[in-house]
Design a binder for this molecule. Structure first.
Ligand code: HAM
Length: 414
C-alpha cells in the first residue's frame, strides 16, 4: 500500500473534482459509503469470482461479525438502496479506496482508488448510453485520447446460463490441451476462461461460441438500442462479444474503457454494466441498475503516458520574510489568511538569505519583507517574485495592496 504525497495528492483531488463536475452535471449526487461492511454484502458480487474467493480482506471483528474491506462499491450502493429506498431513478456517484488482495505491480495495487456512478430503478437502454457517455466525457475532460470503448451484452439471465453451458461443453472438449489454470477456472466459472491470455488456450478461446447466438429477442433489442444511442452521440465503440468482466452480477450491457498506452494486463481504465438482479439478491425489490467504476491509479498512469492532466503546481500568494524574530511573520500570515489570501513563512529565525531561498522555493507571487526598519516605520516591503519593483507599504494598506498586485499578476498571467 502506498503513500500519496504532494503534488500527486493535489492531482488526485482535482481528478475527483473533475469527475464530480461531469456527473453532477447529469444529476448524479454523491454517496459516501462505509469502507467496511458485512461480508455478505460483498459475496453477492459472485461466489465464483476471484474478487470474492481470493482477494477479499475479510476478518472477524471483536463482536464476532464477519466483515470485509470493500473491494468495490456497487454492492454497497445497492445495499444502501435497499436500506434507504430512495425515489427512483436514483443516481449516485462515489469516490474512494477499494481493497483487493492482488499481486501488486504497475497499475495493480492492493489499495486502489475508484470514482464511479450507479443509476438504479430504470431499465431504459438510453440510460446505459448516458452512463457510458459520462465516462467518455470524463476522459475527454482529462485530455486522454488513447482510450478505446468495448461493449458487449451478456443477455438475460437465461441467455447467459445457456451460453455458460455452451462454453463449458466447448472448453471441456479441449480436455488436457487447455491450460491447467483454465481447467480449474472451467469448473468454477466458464465465462472467465474467455479471459485467458495463455498460449495453450488461445485457439480454444478464438473458436469458442459467442454470446450473440444466445441473446433473447428482448436482449438483442436492448443492445441494439444501446449501440444506436452511442452512434447518436458520436461515441466510437467496438462490440467485443467475448468481453468478460471480473464480477458476476452483470446482465445485458457490459463495457470497458481500455487505455491503449498501458500493458494489456492492466489496461482496463474502467468498466461497468447492468446488474438488474443485484438489489434483489440483497433483499430489495426487483430493481434495474447500471453503473461503472473508473480506476484512478491507472487513469493517471495513462495521463502520464499521454502527457496530459499534470499535477497542479503548488504556490502561495505571499511568503513572509521576517528578520525581526518571527513574531511579525506570525501576525502578518494570520492577517493575510484571514483576508482569504494564501501565505507561508520560514521558521526558526533563519537568515534573510535562507528565508529568501525558502520564498523562491514556495513559488509565491510576492514576498513580504519585515526587518527592523520596516518594523520601526510600521511598513512592510512588498517584492514581486517574478519581476517588478519592490515598494514600501504601510501595514494598514498591506492587504489591499497585495490583493491589487495579485489581480494585476493574474491578469498578466492569463
Ligand atoms: P472493476 O472492473 O472490478 O469493476 O474495477 C473498475 C476499475 O477499477 C478497473 O477497470 C481498474 O481501472 C480499477 N481497478 C480494479 N482493480 C484494481 C487494482 N487492483 N489496482 C488498481 N486499479 C484497479 C468494478 O469495480 C465495478 N464495481 C464497476 C461497476 C460499477 N459495475 C457496475 N457499476
Amino acid at each position: 500500500m502506498r503513500d500519496i504525497l504532494a503534488p500527486e495528492s493535489a492531482r488526485w483531488r482535482r481528478f475527483t473534482q473533475v469527475f464530480a463536475d461531469v456527473v453532477e452535471g447529469a444529476g448524479y449526487r454523491q454517496i459516501i459509503s462505509p469502507i467496511m461492511e458485512d461480508l455478505g454484502v460483498f459475496t453477492r458480487i459472485g461466489e465464483a469470482t476471484d474478487v470474492v474467493t481470493k482477494e477479499m480482506y475479510d476478518f472477524v471483528d471483536k463482536g464476532g461479525r464477519h466483515v470485509a474491506l470493500r473491494p468495490e462499491l456497487t454492492a454497497s450502493v445497492c445495499r444502501a438502496f435497499v436500506e434507504h429506498r430512495p425515489v427512483t431513478p436514483w443516481k449516485a456517484w462515489y469516490s474512494g479506496s477499494q481493497f483487493r488482495y492482488e499481486k501488486p505491480q504497475r497499475g495493480r495495487y492492493r489499495q486502489f482508488d475508484q470514482v464511479g456512478i450507479e443509476a438504479l430503478g430504470a431499465d431504459d437502454p438510453y440510460l446505459d448510453v448516458e452512463v457510458i457517455a459520462l465516462g467518455w466525457e470524463f476522459y475527454r475532460r482529462l485530455g486522454l485520447q488513447q482510450v478505446r470503448l468495448l461493449v458487449n451484452s451478456l443477455g438475460e439471465p437465461d441467455d447467459r446460463a445457456r451460453y455458460v453451458e455452451a462454453l463449458r461443453a466447448h472448453f471441456a472438449a479441449a480436455g488436457d490441451q487447455l491450460s491447467e489454470q483454465s481447467r480449474v477456472t472451467l469448473t468454477k466459472n466458464p465465462l472467465r476462461v474467455l479471459d485467458s491470455k495463455r498460449r495453450e488456450d488461445t485457439t480454444f478461446v478464438a473458436s469458442a461460441p459467442t454470446i450473440d447466438e444466445f441473446w433473447s429477442d428482448a436482449a438483442a433489442a436492448h443492445f441494439e438500442a444501446v449501440r444506436d444511442g452511442l452512434v447518436a452521440l458520436d461515441i466510437p465503440f467496438t462490440v467485443e462479444l467475448k468481453l468478460v468482466r471480473g464480477l458476476d452480477y452483470y446482465r445485458h450491457t457490459t463495457f470497458e474503457f481500455q487505455g491503449l498506452t498501458l500493458d494489456s494486463a492492466q489496461n482496463a481504465l474502467g468498466g461497468g454494466g447492468r446488474y438488474d438482479g443485484l438489489v434483489e439478491s440483497l433483499g430489495g425489490p426487483p430493481t434495474a441498475g447500471i453503473g461503472f467504476a473508473l480506476g484512478l491509479d491507472r487513469t493517471l498512469l495513462a495521463c502520464d503516458d499521454e502527457g496530459t492532466f499534470p499535477a497542479p503546481g503548488a504556490t502561495v500568494d505571499a511568503f513572509v520574510v521576517d528578520t525581526t524574530g518571527g513574531r511579525e511573520a506570525l501576525v502578518i500570515t494570520a492577517e493575510l489568511r484571514a483576508a482569504g489570501l494564501s501565505a507561508d513563512r520560514a521558521y526558526e529565525q533563519r537568515s534573510m538569505k535562507a528565508q529568501m531561498k525558502a520564498a523562491d522555493r514556495s513559488d509565491a507571487a510576492l514576498s513580504i519583507i519585515v526587518g527592523t526598519d520596516e518594523l520601526a516605520a510600521g511598513t512592510v516591503t512588498v517584492r514581486p517574485m517574478r519581476g517588478g519593483e519592490q515598494s514600501a507599504v504601510a501595514r494598514a494598506d498591506m492587504v489591499t495592496t497585495i490583493q491589487h498586485l495579485l489581480s494585476i499578476h493574474q491578469n498578466t498571467e492569463a
